[in-house]
Design a protein around this ligand. Structure first.
Ligand code: ATP
Ligand code: MG
Length: 418
């Protein structure tokens, strides 16, 4: 039986969404707001994107609106554009058998919203609102579970996880982002053999996306601890499961102290022997792989290192990655050594502000200056000389003046000469 959602919930539905539902009704059909946006509405959070379910066939939806994009028409989804914003309008569907644990083998279109809700993953994701009549359709008591902060599979949990292994990762993600507990039967099914076997077939891209969404939680540790406890960690990232419980606990505590999702991945993987292997397999972008590996490799610095060593460290880390390395170092530091790390960071910032040379491009001379002044021919020794001058300047940045550098270069050549 439909219930009435409270007025503030209905009021939060944008008028363009109601407009789409009214147009569907005028065409003899129905439209419901469904999925993540209903969940977010009910918990008073801003909705990211608005999904509409309808009993109109996709081709019919295409004809009913002026600006439509056939985004996933074979699955029944068309995007209706209203004032520059896209709304996904999806024909009610049930799903045929899952043959590969990833995608349903066939899609059948339905005219019953409750059947459409029954194929969804968790009770709080299986709620619909009919905005014109103001009905709340909540056959699995998702609103109650949401209020109680309880994540519960729709229907038989093990069968649902077996259909689509990604749901195990989605469960962990929602447990973290919505700060909820997993209902006992759902939790048990997450660790059962058949669901974990299905998880092994989920694509790396989808694992990557769920990990990053988990990293937007206030405390991602809750989601990853769940993955460890149910055995899913060993399936998607055996290298991480292999570091052992104590190391993983330290990683997760560090993850929670950071904000940036990418840097949080660095914290998660900081004790893994070869983080590159995990990042590559999970299809992290090149830029993210660089950020993460540099932060992992260089964050563990001695906070009391000398000025020259600090500048050498800056040169190796390179300017764009210095903040990441210190953020990770601070997040990982114990309360005793945190002040020392903070002092090292202040010193590093002062060096960067002073513009100390950190690469050969920052030197007051170029290779051609050396060739000209020392009358040497082009060749690898010019690069070697520049590197030597950089080392001189890392030791003492005051040496970075043209005349002084030429003197150092001449002296170095004289020492080398037979
Ligand atoms: P978010 O948009 O924050 O990632 P969401 O719940 O909206 O979360 P979507 O991937 O946008 O997730 O999916 C929209 C809705 O589709 C979900 O709320 C759920 O009802 C359903 N859904 C999505 N993925 C699955 C899945 N793997 N199995 C079953 N139902 C799913
Ligand atoms: Mg969504």
């Amino acid at each position: 039986m439909p219930r009435a959602p409270s007025n503030h919930v209905l009021d939060a539905i944008p008028s363009d969404v109601t407009h789409i539902c009214r147009r569907l009704r005028d065409g003899g059909h129905r439209g419901w707001v469904v999925g993540g946006c209903v969940r977010d509405l009910l918990r008073g959070a801003p909705a990211k994107d608005w999904d509409i379910a309808t009993d109109a066939a996709p081709k019919r939806v295409m004809r009913m609106f002026r600006r439509v994009i056939p985004t996933g028409i074979q699955h029944g989804t068309v995007t209706v554009m209203v004032r520059g914003v896209g709304y996904e309008v999806t024909t009610l569907r049930g799903e045929g058998d899952y043959v590969d644990g990833r995608r349903p083998a066939s899609v059948v279109f339905l005219d019953d919203i409750e059947e459409d809700l029954a194929r969804r993953d968790f009770t709080f994701n299986a709620i619909a609102i009919e905005p014109l009549a103001g009905d709340l359709i909540d056959p699995f008591d998702g609103a109650r579970d949401l209020a109680a902060r309880c994540l519960r599979a729709v229907g038989d949990p093990e069968a649902r996880f077996r259909e689509d292994g990604l749901r195990i990762l989605r469960a962990a993600r929602f447990a973290a982002t919505l700060e909820c507990e997993v209902a006992p039967a759902t939790r048990e099914a997450m660790g059962a053999d058949a669901p974990l076997a299905t998880l092994a077939r989920v694509s790396a891209e989808r694992v990557h996306d769920e990990w990053l969404k988990t990293m937007t939680a206030a405390k991602p540790s809750q989601g990853f601890a769940l993955l460890r406890a149910c055995g899913a960690m060993g399936v998607v990232a055996p290298e991480l499961a292999a570091i052992g419980d104590d190391a993983l606990d330290r990683s997760l505590a560090t993850v929670d102290r950071l904000d940036d999702p990418i840097l949080r991945v660095a914290a998660l993987l900081m004790f893994v022997a070869e983080p590159e292997a995990v990042l590559g397999r999970l299809k992290f972008s090149r830029a993210h792989q660089t950020r993460i590996t540099l932060a992992i490799r260089h964050h563990d610095l001695d906070p009391d290192l000398s000025g020259a060593d600090l500048r050498r460290w800056l040169a190796t880390v390179s300017k764009p990655h210095v903040d990441d390395a210190f953020d990770l170092a601070l997040a990982r530091a114990t309360s005793e050594n945190r002040p020392a790390v903070a002092r090292a960071r202040a010193r590093a910032r002062a060096e960067l502000e002073a513009g100390v040379p950190l690469t050969t491009r920052d030197l007051a001379v170029r290779g051609r200056d050396l060739m000209h002044a020392l009358e040497v021919a082009p060749g690898p020794h010019v690069g070697e000389l520049l590197n030597h001058l950089l080392e001189v300047c890392l030791r003492d940045p005051a040496q970075n003046e043209r005349a002084r550098l030429l003197e150092h270069a001449a002296a170095a050549r004289a020492r080398r000469a037979p």
